[in-house]
Write a protein that binds this ligand. Structure first.
Ligand code: ZN
Length: 182
């Protein structure tokens, strides 16, 4: 083997190795992320919540910041999803601003590996935004109060729910108040 090819394969090998390492670290961090369980209702914002990236970064964990403020996506079927599935009745709030987003009434098991709801808690809870980030049309869900990214909504998948819509939400975007705690 010529020195050049050794160098080429070496670079390729270490490149792949570091990609793998980053993927492992990311997955581990996400597995440490949990839905915050509240013991009282958060103070819900009455007006739009506007903060600078630096202010958000101070208040949110790194993963929350990435998903909520940079439209990231947590891996499906993680620890946080298992936590979500096991939760009983209650209300889900925006992890960034405390606005009410969903309730357990609209929660359903879509089999997707992400927290799923068939509707929002109220028609005013969410803003919808069309994006083409991955090459085709998707409808992004944002918190109506603070504009944070929550996930996407998909329609017509044939789910046996009143709306046939799937609000596919990242668990890290939510905090949860179990019924009986309010
Ligand atoms: Zn919010």
């Amino acid at each position: 083997m010529q020195f050049n090819s050794v160098l080429k394969y070496g670079v390729l090998f270490f490149g792949l190795l570091s990609l793998w390492a980053v993927a492992q670290i990311t997955r581990q961090d996400y597995n440490g992320a949990m839905i915050e369980v509240l013991d009282q209702a958060p103070e819900e914002p009455t007006d739009d919540v506007i903060k600078s990236p630096a202010e958000w970064a101070k208040e949110l964990s790194e993963i929350e910041y990435h998903v909520l403020r940079e439209a990231g996506t947590e891996p499906p079927n993680g620890t946080i999803y298992k936590q979500f599935k096991a939760q009983g009745e209650g209300v889900y709030f925006c992890a960034a601003c405390g606005s009410k987003l969903f309730t357990s009434k609209e929660k359903f098991d879509s089999g997707s590996g992400w927290p799923s709801f068939y509707d929002a808690a109220t028609p005013e809870s969410l803003d919808l935004d069309v994006d083409y980030h991955i090459g085709y049309k998707r409808v992004e869900i944002k918190c109506a109060k603070c504009g944070s990214h929550l996930g996407h909504v998909f329609e017509g998948e044939g789910h046996d729910t009143p709306t046939d819509k799937r609000y596919c939400v990242n668990g890290v975007c939510l905090s949860f108040l179990p019924t009986g705690e309010e």
